[in-house]
Design a protein around this ligand. Structure first.
Ligand code: ATP
Ligand code: MG
Length: 270
């Protein structure tokens, strides 16, 4: 079992991403094949916990996934939730805001996607884009995005107070690994559709993005909505860690089975 606490960012602690090795394996000593087998096993356990969460119907779970391009947000979701009943899980992707979305405050589109009772929602990108790409690309003035760390903390506090358990993962891929993955997208005809030359423009701004991530993670990792910096250069280990984080999160909830109808235990179905 991996000790995931080392990836968790303590509240109030400044994060220097240079201190987080994207190839870190923590205390895991197994092979890649063993790691993959463990992910499959954990995915089945997550399925059982999700059913319990759904039946219990009192808790809501939100997983926020943030990362640079090619770090593997989609693939993480596929592997971690591979065995989970799709009925209880909803993925909400946040792309460039539409005109209608831009006509509202930046949390408007986000709040409408939060999980309901018994549900797990996965944010593939999130409100954090509003202090990441928005900051790096100067899409709003600094005096506006600077206020957003406090808004975000207040928003997440509200969700937590109202029964949402929040975990946030930054999939930490290295600059070098991103180059290889982008190159693979160009070199492989079946992957070329995934390549966008815009990704190269973002890559040129890597140091600015790292600075934006560091400040966002440092200022918004709280007890009720912690950030995990997940090593992401090895795909299987990234999946294993995110899966473990979710198992621990759901396992920590006080889940009950609903009261069955009274007097049914003696019924014999003929
Ligand atoms: P993939 O490339 O794997 O399909 P993706 O999440 O990168 O997944 P894209 O459609 O390539 O999806 O990119 C979405 C883009 O939308 C990203 O560049 C992201 O920074 C941008 N985006 C998301 N939220 C906002 C926002 N609030 N303001 C401006 N841009 C945003
Ligand atoms: Mg993309």
């Amino acid at each position: 079992m991996i000790d995931i606490s080392r990836f968790r960012v303590p509240p109030g602690q400044g994060v220097d991403l240079a201190d987080h090795d994207p190839r870190d394996l923590a205390d895991f000593t197994g092979s890649k094949a063993e790691g993959k087998a463990l992910i499959r096993d954990q995915s089945h356990r997550l399925d059982a916990l999700q059913e319990h969460l759904y039946a219990d119907g009192r808790h809501r779970v939100l997983l926020v996934l943030q990362a640079m391009d090619t770090a593997g947000k989609d693939s993480t979701i596929r592997h971690v939730f591979g065995a989970v009943d799709p009925i209880g899980v909803r993925v909400a992707p946040f792309k460039k805001p539409s005109e209608r979305e831009l006509a509202h405050d930046y949390l408007w589109r986000v709040h409408s996607q939060v999980p309901g009772n018994g549900e797990i929602a996965i944010f593939n990108r999130s409100h954090y884009e509003d202090v990441l790409v928005v900051r790096v690309r100067s899409l709003v003035p600094e005096e506006s995005w600077r206020k957003r760390y406090d808004h975000i903390n207040d928003f997440e506090r509200l969700l937590a107070d109202e029964g949402t358990t929040i975990v946030k993962c930054f999939l930490n891929v290295s600059f070098e690994e991103q180059a290889e993955r982008l190159q693979a997208r160009i070199d492989r005809p079946d992957k070329r559709w995934k390549f966008s030359s815009g990704d190269l423009d973002e890559r040129k701004l890597w140091p600015d993005y790292m600075a934006a991530y560091e400040e966002a993670i440092s200022r918004t990792s709280t007890d009720h909505a912690p950030w995990y910096v997940v090593p992401a250069d090895r795909k299987w280990f990234r999946n294993l860690v995110v899966s473990r984080i979710l198992l621990d999160t759901l396992g920590g909830l006080d889940l009950d089975w609903p009261e069955p109808e009274e007097g049914i235990e003696d019924i014999v179905v003929v």
